[in-house]
Design a protein around this ligand. Structure first.
Ligand code: NAD
Length: 263
């Protein structure tokens, strides 16, 4: 499958290294706003020799476009006239970009769009109970390093270095969380897109003593209760959980697997 990656940082690089070992993916194109990141990725590959392409030509010429950049890239991808064709596939990591551009997403009818479960577990169950949910909360606990420089932290002048014990930093709705923590809250956007539940409550906790990114989902309704906890080690980028990368690799494997496990 002819593939292009938009965003050649931490996740883009790991996905490229996975595809480099596979015969079913031909990594042909890369794009990044910082060409050095794309060059560094290319140097790590043994079997593929992707070329740096423009944003538009990458989408036009790839059967599978992988977005591992940011939510602005997602907005541009959804608006690209060459995306919405039969036999085109798009894997999106910055799912908050889908949440913020939901009308463009709904207009996309032909392209297959894949959203990995990312840093959370249990999306299969959440999808199954969609329509039967009465309450849904997501509590994310991270080391303060994982939320450093988030717009909410900067806007409210929160000095993360002063936090010595577990502290609730944010409580609110998904819309505010996506704006305040755009790089941390993709899990919440994915949760919304899977559950279709409009009133998800988000809590973000900073804990200087934790080395893991913890996402706890509590979902209640007329099906019973679900409590889903993922306690993730960070990847090379402390804002990104290693599980998010593994889940995207699993999506790539699933594209070509004949046996599909899980709902
Ligand atoms: N779905 C999930 O559960 C989940 C989990 C972790 C991370 N993410 C998201 O995945 C994305 C990538 O994460 P990462 O850890 O690889 O980040 P990263 O910072 O290591 O890499 C991002 C790369 O994309 C490039 N980039 C940024 N904006 C761009 C744009 N508009 N167009 C093209 N290139 C652009 C950067 O230069 C960088 O090379 C982020 O948006 C992150 O929030 C999602």
């Amino acid at each position: 499958m002819i593939t292009g990656i938009i965003g050649c940082g931490n996740i883009g690089t790991e996905l490229a290294l996975f595809m480099d070992k596979r015969k079913d993916f031909e990594l042909k194109y890369l794009f990044d706003i910082d060409k050095d990141n794309s060059d560094n990725l290319t140097k790590k590959l043994k079997n593929s020799n992707p070329k740096f392409a423009s944003f538009d030509s990458l989408i036009k010429n790839s059967e599978l476009t992988i977005e591992s950049a940011d939510k602005e890239a997602v907005k541009k991808i959804l608006k690209n006239k060459d995306l919405d064709k039969k036999n085109k596939k798009l894997l999106v990591m910055s799912t908050s970009g889908l949440f913020e551009n939901i009308s463009s997403l709904k207009k996309t009818k032909n392209c297959d769009i894949y959203l990995p479960s990312g840093a959370i577990a249990g999306l299969d169950a959440i999808k199954s109970v969609s329509g039967k949910i009465s309450s849904l909360t997501l509590t994310t606990t991270k080391n303060p390093k994982g939320i450093a420089n988030a717009p909410f932290i900067l806007k409210n002048n929160i000095n993360l270095k002063k936090i010595k014990n577990k502290k609730i930093i944010f409580q609110g709705k998904l819309k505010e969380a996506v704006v305040g923590f755009p790089k941390n809250i993709n899990v919440a956007a994915t949760l919304f897109l899977a559950s279709k539940f409009n009133n998800i409550k988000i809590k973000i906790i900073a804990d200087p003593k934790t080395k893991t990114n913890i996402h706890e989902i509590v979902c209640k309704g007329n099906f019973g209760n679900l409590t889903l906890i993922a306690e993730n080690l960070p990847s090379k980028n402390p804002k990104t959980s290693y599980l998010a990368i593994l889940s995207a690799i699993q999506v790539l494997k699933n594209i070509n697997n004949k046996v599909k496990i899980g709902s």
